[in-house]
Design a protein around this ligand. Structure first.
Ligand code: ADP
Length: 301
């Protein structure tokens, strides 16, 4: 089984002719609301990939939280590890102008309450899982605590270090697989990763810090596997990209589900790449995550 521990957000996107200035009201445009947060996206991807997925997350005791629970039910994602706390549901207000320039206000709300106590309430779940998947929209102390339990109990730890941030060095020895994109890797290693050389060097820095393996996602250029004895590029599947939102989340969810069956990168990276390629052909985050059957069909083509 798989435990995904992470954020749940409610995204409010407003498409406006221009971004509002301080004091200004921009009074025309359209809006779209979406279930999001890297935790929720990756949990749904993992579940759609066929993984037996438990999602540990916090939502608010508000109407949005109730709405989200219903959405998880509709997606058939089990909700018994979703905690309702006395705060607002994590919310992002995203203004997008006609040039696709955006500005975002994000209130973590309930996500702040995903603390070490919540982790302790799920000690057995983490201990009994094959894999634990986390991202960086969760407090660092929570990530460290959950990874420590996982390490003691031989549960593999996959950390998707997104959104980009620096991390305390003590977490790296607990990580079996780190899955940054180029920018996130640069941030973590403190090295530019634009060149192939830089990419390799940055990976080696993190291996020295104790990470067991890295899969770096490179957008349309595919993915790069780095372990102490392998360096290997995997091509992306060629598709017409419409919207790359949640490509990384789809990749991580599918990769985790596959690795939980067998810890085999040669099998898992192509599956994750195929799922992510299908996701960029569709708009939105969660609505763009493909079903397992569609991924298998696409790979057989
Ligand atoms: P993030 O969205 O987290 O920055 P990436 O952009 O690296 O992540 O994308 C994650 C994965 O999605 C890539 O490794 C690749 O397999 C797939 N992907 C992303 N963009 C494309 C694309 N244009 N065509 C095909 N596959 C893509």
């Amino acid at each position: 089984s798989i435990v995904v521990l992470g954020s749940t957000n409610w995204d409010i996107c407003m498409y406006l002719p221009h971004l509002p200035m301080p004091g200004e009201t921009v009074g025309s445009g359209r809006m779209q609301t979406n279930l999001g947060g890297k935790g929720a996206n990756q949990a749904v991807a993992c579940h759609k990939a066929g993984g037996n997925t438990q999602f540990i997350s916090c939502i608010g005791n508000d109407a949005t939280g109730q709405n989200i629970l219903q959405m998880f039910n509709d997606l058939a994602l089990p909700t018994d590890s979703i905690k309702v706390v006395e705060d607002s549901t994590g919310t992002a207000c995203i203004f997008i102008d006609s040039n696709a320039e955006n500005c975002i206000g994000l209130t973590p709300g309930a996500n702040k309450w995903l603390n070490t106590e919540v982790v302790d309430q799920h000690y057995d779940d983490i201990a009994n899982a094959n894999v634990l998947l986390m991202q960086l929209e969760t407090p660092p102390a929570t990530i460290f605590h959950a990874a420590t339990i996982a390490k003691q109990k031989n549960t593999k730890v996959i950390l998707n270090p997104a959104p980009a941030a620096r991390l305390n060095d003590d977490v790296f020895p607990l990580v079996d697989l780190l899955t940054p994109n180029r920018g996130e890797l640069a941030q973590l290693a403190g090295i530019a990763t634009d060149s192939d050389d830089g990419l390799v060097k940055a990976c080696s820095v993190l291996i020295e810090k104790g990470v067991k393996a890295l899969v770096v996602t490179l957008g349309r250029d595919g993915a790069f596997l780095y372990t102490p004895n392998t360096q290997q590029y995997f091509d992306a599947f060629p598709v017409m990209a419409i919207d790359t939102t949640a490509a990384g989340d789809t990749f991580n969810g599918y990769l985790t589900a596959s690795l939980s069956q067998a810890w085999d990168f040669q099998l898992s990276i192509p599956t994750a790449s195929a799922a992510a390629a299908l996701s960029v052909k569709k708009r939105g985050a969660i609505p763009s995550i493909p079903e397992r059957s569609a991924v298998s069909e696409f790979m057989d083509e």
